[in-house]
Ligand binder design. Structure first.
Ligand SMILES: C[S@@+](CC[C@H](N)C(=O)[O-])C[C@H]1O[C@@H](n2cnc3c(N)ncnc32)[C@H](O)[C@@H]1O
Length: 372
């Protein structure tokens, strides 16, 4: 196919990013250019188009201004030694005794394969929140699975184990998204739903997680039509993921516990009541957490508050950087996380606040088990 050489401005237009962003992308090896004898950059149009085709789900580096914005919108101050009150916003909770609010929690991090959660008894977990690997997402998970069937087989095994360990009536939340790999779109949301239903779960709800446009984690495929404003060149930018909500059997309603009361002001203000949740996604930040596929704290934060009581146990079978455990701890729930990548140990420790003074002064405990 004929190839055109584009200058930096045209290349940035094609990708739908700014000129400074394309420089950053080049630095990170996401796109490449060569220099003309006069020292000017040129980009291959074919290579850029191929990148657009393959790049759903990968990080297009954003400007420092975006990073600042993300820091500002974090849910709470990252001060684990701060009083629990900061996290629980007790001014909005009905009165609860302080010693009840800060009852010790335990956290178990198991480096092992979640297809077998042998450390957990049947019906012992109150909520499952997770985000499985994004199939073979370019860059983040490229080549992780030999085939789509292998991926589906992992989902089947993890669904079965989750069903076993979850208590009757309780909820399993799976954050996932359809995935474009080498020009082929895989119906992951539909397949995960089918598998969970076939495993015995009731399909309760689907929340669409909508990300801010400026925070897009993918390159802008829609730029193709700006270059070729004709029919058939439409490739929309993906700014959503799904949160699938399943239930094991029926819940016996009736339990009330003042410490676990939902803050209805927060619920209304941040529109938790809708099936579309606007949440800012997490970008890997230099010098901070360098883990690309973490979900934002706000995702487990909402789910844990909506589907578990203080003192209960939350499971994340694909723990990654430890977000679910860290948020569970802040919300005074216990947590159990499985992860096969042992190199994430330090990231998890930092996120859960292992090294911060006084973190476990509240007698919270953490246990690491290694069976990888
Ligand atoms: C999308 S990431 C999870 C990110 C996490 N939600 C966070 O906020 O950091 C998926 C994780 O699952 C892990 N993983 C993949 N297969 C696994 C398995 N069979 N058992 C346990 N963990 C697995 C990967 O190593 C990866 O860290």
């Amino acid at each position: 196919m004929k190839d055109n050489l584009l200058n930096t401005r045209k290349a940035a237009n094609l990708l739908g990013v700014s000129i400074s962003t394309i420089y950053r992308m080049e630095k990170q090896g996401l796109v490449k250019s060569f220099k003309t004898p006069g020292g000017q950059r040129r980009f291959s149009e074919n290579e850029l188009k191929e990148y657009l085709e393959k790049s759903e789900g990968i990080v297009a580096p954003q400007t420092p201004a975006f990073y600042k914005f993300q820091t500002k919108t974090s849910l709470w101050k990252e001060e684990p030694s701060a009083p629990v009150a900061v996290i629980e916003r007790p001014t909005r909770l009905a009165p609860a005794k302080r010693e009840e609010v800060s009852a010790p929690t335990f956290h178990k991090i198991i480096f092992g394969d979640c297809r077998n959660m042998k450390e957990l008894k049947d019906n012992s977990v109150h909520l499952m929140v997770t985000s499985p690997p994004y199939f073979n997402a370019p860059f983040d998970y490229s080549g992780f699975f030999k085939s789509y069937d292998e991926f589906l087989s992992l989902i089947k095994d993890f669904a079965k184990e989750t069903f076993r360990v979850l208590a009757e009536g309780r909820i399993a939340c799976v954050n996932c998204d359809d995935m474009l790999v080498n020009g082929e779109k895989y119906p992951i949301v539909a397949d995960v739903t089918r598998i969970f239903v076939d495993t015995g779960f009731r399909y309760r709800d689907k929340i669409i997680w909508r990300k801010p446009e400026g925070y897009i984690r993918i390159s802008r495929r829609s730029g193709v039509i700006l270059q070729h404003p004709y029919p058939m060149y439409f490739y929309p930018d993906n700014i959503q993921e799904s949160i699938l909500i399943f239930q094991k059997g029926k819940y016996k309603y009736g339990k009330s516990d003042e410490k676990s009361k939902i803050d209805v002001f927060e619920y209304q203000k941040n529109k938790w009541y809708l099936s579309v949740w606007d949440m800012t996604n997490r970008l890997p930040l230099k010098g901070q957490e360098n883990y690309p596929a973490a979900f934002p704290d706000e995702l487990p934060y909402r789910l844990i508050k909506l589907f578990s009581y203080v003192g209960e146990t939350v499971l994340d079978p694909f723990l990654g950087s430890g977000t679910t455990s860290a948020v569970a701890r802040k919300l005074r729930r216990n947590s159990i996380g499985y992860e096969i990548d042992k190199s994430l140990l330090e990231i998890i420790k930092k996120k859960i606040g292992f090294y911060q003074k006084d973190l476990f002064g509240q007698e919270d405990t953490i246990e690491f088990i290694n069976r990888v």
